[in-house]
Design a protein around this ligand. Structure first.
Ligand code: SF4
Length: 52
């Protein structure tokens, strides 16, 4: 799959990550939160993640 240079991502454990240069290969990703009132970046998740 071709990398999407608009989506930088360092989650190398995801099957959609390019591994070598930190990009996502999907055309778009779904972002969400597991918190009711997110305050810091750690509250936000990529919900398109699939274990590689
Ligand atoms: S799907 Fe989400 S976690 Fe996986 S490589 Fe793309 S941006 Fe990263």
């Amino acid at each position: 799959m071709a990398k999407n240079t608009c989506i930088h991502c360092t989650v190398s454990g995801c099957k959609y990550n390019t591994q070598s240069d930190n990009f996502c290969t999907l055309e778009a990703v779904q972002i969400g939160t597991h918190e009711s009132n997110p305050k810091v970046p750690e509250c936000v998740d990529c919900q398109s993640f699939v274990k590689g």
